[in-house]
Design a protein around this ligand. Structure first.
Ligand SMILES: *Cc1c(COP(=O)(O)O)cnc(C)c1O
Length: 446
């Protein structure tokens, strides 16, 4: 066991984090891509991201047929990139901050099928597993039209197998809905933070939902143990999975295409700054990795976590990785940001992001609801509280001393920032039921 007090005493950022203050941690090991390039290729080569992208393309005809909502994107699960100038103004006015450049919203909150960023990684991993099984059994070749997976014969084949996952909610929904659509049996192990409506929705898809009184790590551990006793069962391991990570990494190429289509350049004079709500680290980790591969030093990726549960920040800042637990620092881990309530971070992601993430902002629960209302009133868009964490980044970038220093050191001059695009990555919301929106909109915390 490490000694949390040693870190609290020696690192001012960790001291503020342990005191529950909203703050920023700037990554002292952040390095230019020229230095990290070779290492990245060893960990997850670009060819693995190519492969993931090609796999999603192979499944597009199946997805389009099974989920007609993906018709407009030809079976690709992709979200809009929207300008939010009124939100930008509203934030500046409300908080007296300056947000330079063009503020945009990457609306993974509205991704098809799962209504959250988990539609990238979670669905990708299920598809990969299904493809592996079907090819090994001689029931599919990569040259086939995958629409044929939408048949009684294939569902009967997949029904012999079980997919299991531990989740705070959204991962379970993406794995559950896609696994059930293919025919798999599915068990989702839900932590105590998981919302009732998410459990109800999953059960309506025929998914078996198991509930635990403990936190997320507990649900994962129980699920993993149960799955390991069954040779026909596959466990999606959010704390370690490289396949999940690859599914998320594909987002970067899709974003580049959208930026190109909108005539938005990303280069030294036009930097891209991205803010990613972070739970265990998988989704923001994969997206960050993909973005760094493409945009190199011209993209700056900041993670965002609740002040009550900054596990990835602590895992990286202390270099204790998955061993770090927010409770060791006197934080409860109990946050209204249910999608971010992971008390310990991913072992894989905290290591992979070691030299790539620029830093990590923390946000109070109260702010999540304030941002939620502000986005609703200014832009008429609704994203769930966890997602709203992203907005603390653009508000604080030039407000907090450490992030101001980061900008100065990284060549993010006033002029470069004025030409920048800042993206708040919205990670969930589309499936939230109407009565839950009313609760969210009416929630005011101190
Ligand atoms: C899962 C999730 C995240 C973060 O993803 P991790 O892989 O857990 O870091 C962010 N926002 C929402 C709404 C999520 O469901």
């Amino acid at each position: 066991m490490y000694d949390p007090n040693r870190f609290i005493e020696s690192d001012p950022a960790i001291r503020r984090v342990a005191a529950g203050e909203p703050t920023v941690w700037i990554n002292p090991d952040y390095l230019p891509v020229e230095v990290t390039d070779g290492l990245c290729q060893l960990v997850v080569p670009d060819s693995a991201i190519d492969d993931a992208e090609a796999r999603l393309a192979r499944f597009a005809s199946f997805i389009r047929r099974r989920f007609p909502e993906t018709e407009p994107t030809n079976g690709l699960i992709e979200s809009p990139l929207a300008d939010i100038p009124r939100m930008q103004q509203a934030l500046e006015k409300e908080y007296g901050c300056t947000i330079p450049g063009r503020l945009m919203l990457k609306m993974d909150s509205h991704l098809a099928i799962a209504g959250s960023v988990k539609a990238r990684g979670g669905i990708y991993e299920v598809l990969k597993h299904a493809e592996d099984l079907a090819i090994a059994a001689g029931k599919l070749t990569m040259e086939d039209d995958y629409a044929r997976l939408d048949s009684e014969e294939m569902r009967d084949f997949f029904r012999q197998y079980t997919v299991q996952v531990g989740s705070t909610g959204n991962l379970g929904m993406s794995i559950g809905i896609m696994s059930a659509a293919l025919g798999f049996r599915v068990k989702v192990h839900m932590s105590a933070d998981a919302k009732q409506w998410k459990k109800d929705l999953l059960r309506s898809h025929g998914v078996e939902v198991l509930e635990y009184s403990g936190d997320y790590s507990k649900a994962v551990a129980e699920g993993r143990a149960l799955s390991d006793t069954d040779p026909m069962s596959y466990f999606v391991d959010d704390e370690k999975s490289v396949d999940l990570f690859l599914g998320y990494a594909v987002a970067a190429r899709r974003l580049k295409k959208q930026l190109d289509e909108q005539g938005i350049a990303v280069d030294e004079a036009h930097p891209l700054i991205v803010y990613l709500p972070t739970g265990v680290g998988g989704a923001p980790g994969g997206v960050t990795y993909g973005l760094k591969r493409l945009f190199k030093n011209n993209v700056h990726c900041f993670l965002v976590e609740p002040t009550l549960c900054p596990s990835v920040l602590l895992g990286m800042a202390t270099k204790q990785y998955e061993k770090a637990n927010v409770r060791d620092f006197g934080l409860s881990g109990r946050t209204h940001a249910d999608g971010l309530a992971c008390a310990s971070p991913s072992s894989f992601v905290t290591r992979v992001l070691g030299n790539l993430a620029s830093g990590d902002f923390t946000v109070t629960d109260a702010k999540l609801y304030d941002y939620l209302r502000l986005l609703d009133s200014s832009e008429g868009k609704r994203i769930e509280p966890s997602s709203c964490a992203a907005f603390v980044g653009p508000c604080q970038l030039l407000t907090l001393e450490d992030s101001r220093r980061y900008c100065a050191e990284q060549g993010l001059t006033e002029e470069a920032l004025a030409n920048s695009v800042q993206i708040a990555w919205a990670t969930g919301g589309r499936l939230v039921p109407a009565e839950v929106w009313e609760q969210y909109l009416a929630t005011h915390l101190d």
